[in-house]
Design a protein around this ligand. Structure first.
Ligand code: HEM
Length: 520
């Protein structure tokens, strides 16, 4: 059983050193030489083996969410929701399912500080009896975009400038101020929730609306919430920066050491449920990823709990090679028509094939615990039994079990023309950010922290971009806009007065210096 392989350290106390093909080697730190000072013979298979492996050690890091930490755990059902879903892993109270979690920052590369102000990835893989089920969440219930076409350019603005290779506050805020549907997520990101204290003290949210399907083939819309049983604990802006400078692996160390010492963190799963009828009449578009469903409208229903109880035995094999996708679904749950979710179902397996290879599902951490049968065969790194001698076409001698999981064609009927209408910004888009600003006012120092957190970042952008973003904050609340402007301009003045800080180039002013051609 490939997954079980990870649970056992099948290594003897004093292993024999061997080549990759198992040949014992007497001295691993010596190369063969011709004479005492002569060249190295090509026959030194061990030496070549070592270098071939070393030269190929790196695989591409994730294009986003490169910095991460993970652990194994178990999910247990505590409440019956079988009237909404026929998901096998939720079929009865007390049922346990093995799972794996990976937490990450988004924009930074693999070595960057895990205390950075950034959303946190909260990806869960469940090894169910009916296949792999991934719930690929963030620690924020909303996101910056609602049209998936924007994702690649949005990410470019959060990463490094193509010329300077530096983080670029102008690009960062230029994008956000030109795409104000991002404001709800910006409000969360620049609150202290944008710098959580490690990963144990934060929640995870599906963000998207998904679909539950029950055994009568009725469907319900749902959103998933994993609420930290440790409570919420955040770092303030300056402490996060200080810790990140001293220990860029703070969050990873915190999780590893907690589990190692037996202090196993857990999260309680709640779902929000809407019938299709309720969804049609709801005040907000349920496929708009910039909106939450307030709990007073749609209450949280408890479902179960997962506990992380075992650290990986090998980081690369388990944490680096784990491959999540919102398209890894099981009977009883399905993706909805949320366009961002729809694109994600394509993008993740596509990037896994680039990052890990065509048969990434065969890597032990990604393997289902139930048998796989289909007509796909062969391909690079096909390391399994390749489905033995089973027919690789729909054979008359080996009929499929068609009883199970017959899809219901009546579920959704979509009618319409191809349109581009997701950019429309209305006052409704500012309601939830405004409510959040008011909520911060009820929590000690949170409005002050928010203003400070924005100001020390936004001050690094050029003036016209700053101005545009003040307009966005003012639309949330005029007082907020005023406070952000005052605090940011004061920070900008400090930078301008400090001659040691280099002046940042205006964007698009780079002129290629074609000096060789001119002088020739
Ligand atoms: C159009 C929108 C999006 C696209 C195209 C996209 C694409 C990607 C890609 C390509 C990766 C790298 C995967 C890998 O190399 O293994 C990734 C990672 C991730 N994304 Fe997204 N993403 C989008 C939106 C979101 C949203 C809305 C969420 C959360 C609700 C999210 C959560 C995550 C997480 C948690 C990971 C890290 C998974 C891991 O730990 O391996 N993404 N995304």
């Amino acid at each position: 059983m490939p997954y079980e392989f990870n649970e056992k350290k099948e290594v003897p106390d004093h292993p024999t050193y061997t080549t990759s093909t198992g040949c014992p080697i007497f001295n691993p730190l010596a190369s063969q030489r011709i004479g005492r000072n002569g060249p190295i013979p090509l026959q030194d298979f061990h030496l070549i083996d070592v270098f071939q492996k070393f030269d190929r050690e790196r695989i591409p890091e994730r294009v986003v969410h490169a910095k991460g930490v993970g652990a194994h755990g178990v999910f247990e059902v505590t409440n019956d929701i079988t009237k909404y879903t026929k998901m096998n892993m939720l079929s009865e109270v007390g049922k346990k399912t093995k799972m794996f979690a990976r937490f990450s920052t988004v924009g930074g590369e693999r070595g960057t500080p895990d205390t950075a102000r950034d959303p946190r990835g909260f990806a869960l893989k469940f090894y169910t009896e009916e296949g792999i089920f991934d719930m690929v969440c963030n620690n924020t219930p909303v996101f910056f975009i609602r049209d998936p076409a924007k994702f690649p350019v949005f990410i470019h603005t959060q990463k490094r400038n193509p010329q300077t290779n530096l983080k670029d506050a102008t690009a960062f805020w230029d994008y956000l101020s030109l795409n104000p549907e991002s404001i709800h997520q910006v409000m969360i990101l620049f609150s202290d929730r944008g710098t959580p204290y490690g990963v144990r003290f934060m929640n995870g949210y599906s963000g998207h609306t998904y679909k539950f399907v029950n055994d009568k083939n009725e469907f319900f819309y749902c959103k998933w919430h994993f609420i930290s049983d440790q409570g919420i604990k955040n770092l303030d802006n300056d402490t996060a920066a200080e810790i990140g400078g001293k220990n860029p692996d703070f969050a990873g160390q915190d999780l590893f050491e907690a589990i190692e010492s037996g202090d196993c963190p857990s999260w309680t799963l709640y779902v929000q449920i809407m019938t299709p009828k309720q969804a049609e009449q709801y005040h907000y578009n349920i496929f708009d990823l910039t909106k939450v469903w307030p709990h007073k409208d749609v209450p949280l229903i408890p479902v179960g709990k997962f506990t992380l109880n075992r650290n990986p035995t090998n980081y690369f094999a388990e944490v680096e090679q784990v491959a999540f996708s919102p398209s890894h679904m099981v009977p009883g749950i399905d993706v909805s028509a949320d366009p961002v979710l729809q694109v994600r179902t394509f993008s993740y397996p596509d990037t896994h094939r680039h990052r890990l290879g065509a048969n990434f599902e065969q890597i032990p951490i990604n393997c289902p615990v139930n048998p796989v049968f289909n007509y796909s065969r062969d391909g690079p790194m096909n390391v399994g039994a390749n489905q033995f001698d089973l027919p690789n076409y729909p054979s008359s001698t080996q009929k499929l079990d068609k009883e199970k999981n017959e899809p219901d064609a009546e579920h959704e009927r979509w009618i319409g023309k191809v349109t581009y209408h997701m950019d429309e910004l209305t006052d409704v888009d500012f309601e939830q950010p405004r409510a959040l600003w008011k909520l911060m006012g009820k929590q000690k120092d949170q409005q002050d922290h928010f203003v400070y957190n924005v100001s020390v970042h936004l001050c690094n952008a050029i003036p016209n971009v700053r101005e545009r973003q003040y307009g966005v904050f003012s639309r949330v609340d005029p007082e907020l806009g005023k406070r952000i402007r005052e605090a940011t301009e004061a920070e900008a003045k400090k930078i301008a007065g400090n001659e040691t800080v280099p002046v940042k180039p205006e964007p698009h002013q780079f002129e290629p210096q074609n000096s060789t051609l001119k002088s020739s």
